[in-house]
Write a protein that binds this ligand. Structure first.
Ligand SMILES: CC(C)(COP(=O)(O)OP(=O)(O)OC[C@H]1O[C@@H](n2cnc3c(N)ncnc32)[C@H](O)[C@@H]1OP(=O)(O)O)[C@@H](O)C(=O)NCCC(=O)NCCS
Length: 220
């Protein structure tokens, strides 16, 4: 008896699922329409994400023209004190992009734009004789996890390194910042000196959030 009713329930569920997915297309039934609509919205959303991913362009920022867009992108960062007006000097300078307006610093900003032209990611690079230091890698919080960070890192290599006098890229990262550490590892950065390897080991051992330097040497 139990088995028969279980089979009947199973059949009823299969029938309902088939009805909701297929029959509303004919217009004969309306109960499945909201489901179809939800399905269509979902498909649209997936398509939109894929489309956005393809339409991200990475370029060197034009200063001062791009400063408002860079600042708007950076203003999305959730610093705990941002609303209190009690920002650290380094955070203020990051938000205002002051490094980009000081010619002595030799800073170049690589930006990612979406299809609408809005800046959704930025990174500042200090071009030195023996190394290019990558700073302030940021993707807008609502745009993360779509490959934009990776595209920007590739952009740094393709747009900046050909005219640099060095093949070495360096950056600093906190060991607790897993998304950033993985992004850099994926892009070929590694801890290359014993001192930083020791700091990294210590962080793993103790769980302390420590800053380490990573580097990458590109091929010419
Ligand atoms: C770090 C950051 C720039 C990554 O940007 P993103 O556009 O989300 O990264 P991507 O989508 O290009 O991801 C590339 C790779 O990074 C790693 N990654 C990104 N987000 C991750 C997450 N939340 N958890 C674990 N790994 C992550 C993955 O390896 C990923 O590759 P995969 O998707 O093939 O696994 C972004 O999280 C960010 O802006 N963080 C705040 C600012 C910051 O901490 N900057 C770094 C300062 S050193």
């Amino acid at each position: 008896m139990m088995t028969t009713s279980r089979i009947l329930i199973q059949w009823a569920l299969w029938f309902a699922a088939f009805w909701m997915i297929h029959l509303p297309k004919s217009g004969a039934f309306s109960l499945g329409a909201p489901f179809q609509k939800t399905l269509a919205t979902f498909k649209d959303a997936v398509h939109q994400v894929n489309t956005n991913r393809k339409e991200i362009t990475v370029e060197v920022a034009q200063i001062p023209e791009d400063l408002p867009g860079i600042r708007a992108c950076r203003s999305t960062v959730d610093f705990a004190q941002q609303t209190t007006g009690n920002l650290l000097a380094s955070q203020k300078s990051f938000l205002n992009a002051t490094a980009l307006t000081d010619p002595k610093l030799n800073a170049i900003c690589v930006i990612a734009r979406n299809a609408q032209g809005s800046i959704v990611g930025t990174t500042d690079c200090r071009v030195g004789k023996s190394e290019v230091v990558v700073n302030n890698v940021l993707v807008r919080p609502d745009q993360r996890g779509q490959g934009i960070g990776e595209k920007m890192m590739v952009g740094v290599e393709e747009l900046i390194m050909p005219s640099a006098s060095t093949t070495k890229l360096t950056l600093n990262v906190y060991t607790d910042n897993k998304p950033a550490v993985r992004l850099y590892e994926k892009c070929g950065f590694a801890i290359s000196d014993p001192a930083n390897a020791a700091v990294f080991g210590l962080s793993k051992l103790t769980g302390a959030n420590l800053q380490v330097a990573m580097s990458k040497t590109i091929k010419r």
